[in-house]
Design a protein around this ligand. Structure first.
Ligand SMILES: Nc1ncnc2c1ncn2[C@@H]1O[C@H](COP(=O)(O)OP(=O)(O)OP(=O)(O)O)[C@@H](O)[C@H]1O
Ligand SMILES: [Mg+2]
Length: 415
């Protein structure tokens, strides 16, 4: 029942979904492979959670993990949230075939010909749990957009207990079979799991996705320009210029790739200086559209309040959730502040990094501050910076293992 996701044709939206030229995330993939091997050894399993802001590359990474698992003999299947409580839904995902034995009261369940289990209809009515136990083969369940698990009314009230049990059985490896549940979602996904009783993750199993490292970023650009764009000559200068604007952010990279492919097509595969300018301009426009989406629904005052929180921080600088909440509370009261905070996290305007909050892409922080910080906040920030008295909140040390770009460059308000 191996199900490979079809390679996205280049004509579909390039900036979403599985990667055509995947690079980086090496240590995460190594961790995932180790966990998969351990699950087979221990006939157990766990939850592997990938969390990150929109465009960080969650779906691409999830797909990469899936394909690694398939290569190691795992059955893999995409599930919906309903499959966590509804046996029919899970069965559909697992593509189980039900065959009634002539003259017998038992159900024979075949997993697309791969595994087989005999389930007595009387003794064990079909449940999500016994469906998951229906074979001994290693099974990888994948759920993208997993933040949905935290949505109110996502599950019928009388099924929440089942969901909690299923998640816990998988998480604690209690299915007597290697089962890994790999879930990818926005910054609220950990909280969603926590609300369903799964709150402790083994270190390697909770991945907060940031930007790609410089090398990986360049490799992605190179592949697209040369393999897909069939660029003639050395693409280094195009790569240098584009990489200055993409900050390793996968979604940005693909925002520039798209116009680059079109430009190369129009210029008969030549990389001209004018062509590059057109690519940069088009890429910037797409980047701007991405930022707008992150603050969609926030009116100008809300944007100004968020901007004021980050105005005197170096790019990539972090702040505590408490500081954000108390500033929002001062202006809008507790209830509204809570809503705004959650919305900002859900939409990827802010992103949690080890207990503190950042604006996920440094260029987005720059965009927010340049466009929305009030003049007096900017002036105050400039003064503090000049006097060396800007807020000295602890910087996030980048985790090299997680492909994160170094934060810390200063904005220049004198521009
Ligand atoms: N490591 C990578 N190497 C190459 N391309 C990547 C990588 N990660 C992501 N991409 C590409 O970047 C773009 C954005 O990635 P993706 O769609 O996976 O982000 P996401 O976090 O799932 O976003 P969303 O929250 O909007 O669903 C996609 O085109 C994807 O193929
Ligand atoms: Mg996605």
């Amino acid at each position: 029942m191996r199900k490979s996701r079809p390679r996205a044709p280049v004509t579909t939206a390039l900036d979403r979904g599985p990667a055509r030229y995947f690079h980086g995330r090496k240590l995460i993939l190594r961790d995932f492979s180790e966990i998969a091997a351990e699950a087979i050894q221990g006939k157990a399993g766990t939850t592997f959670l990938i969390q990150g802001a929109p465009g960080a590359g969650k779906t691409a990474l999830l797909t990469e993990c899936e394909s690694l698992a398939q290569k190691s003999g795992w059955e893999t299947t995409e599930i919906s949230s309903a499959a966590l409580w509804d046996p029919n839904e899970l069965q559909q995902s697992l593509k189980l075939r039900r065959v009634w034995k002539v003259g017998g009261g038992s159900v024979r369940v075949g997993i697309s010909g791969n595994g087989e289990a005999e389930v007595s209809a009387e003794r064990s009515p079909q449940t999500v749990k016994n469906l998951l136990q229906g074979s001994k083969n290693p099974l990888l369940l994948t759920l993208d957009e997993a933040q949905i698990l935290g949505k109110e009314n996502e599950f019928p009230a009388d099924r929440i207990r089942t969901v909690r049990h299923v998640l816990n059985d998988v998480h604690n490896g209690k299915l007597d079979r290697p089962v890994i549940f790999i879930a990818a979602g926005l910054g609220t996904t950990v909280d969603a799991f926590s609300s369903l009783g799964v709150s402790r993750f083994e270190g390697r199993c909770l991945v907060t996705l940031g930007a790609l490292g410089k090398e990986a970023e360049r490799a992605v650009l190179r592949d697209w320009l040369t393999k897909e764009g069939l660029a003639k000559g050395d693409p280094s200068s195009w790569i240098d210029s584009i990489a200055k604007e993409t900050y390793g952010w996968p979604q940005h990279i693909l925002s520039y790739v798209d116009p680059a492919l079109k430009q190369l097509g129009a210029d008969k595969r030549e990389m001209t200086a004018e062509g590059l300018n057109a690519v940069l301009e088009a890429g910037r426009a797409k980047r701007g559209a991405y930022y707008e989406q992150r603050v969609r629904g926030f009116d100008e005052e809300h944007r100004q309040t968020f901007a004021s929180l980050f105005v005197d921080l170096p790019l990539g600088g972090s702040i505590t959730g408490n500081a954000i909440r108390s500033s929002l509370t001062q202006e809008y009261g507790v209830a509204q502040a809570d809503k705004l905070f959650r919305r900002a996290a859900r939409q990827g305007a802010i992103d949690e990094r080890r207990g503190r909050y950042v604006i996920p892409v440094p260029s987005m922080q720059d965009w927010l501050v340049s466009n929305y910080a009030r003049a007096q906040d900017k002036a105050e920030a400039s003064r503090l910076i000049a006097e060396g008295r800007a807020r000295r909140v602890p910087e996030l040390t980048p985790e090299p293992s997680r492909d994160v770009h170094e934060p810390g460059s200063r904005r220049d308000f004198g521009r």
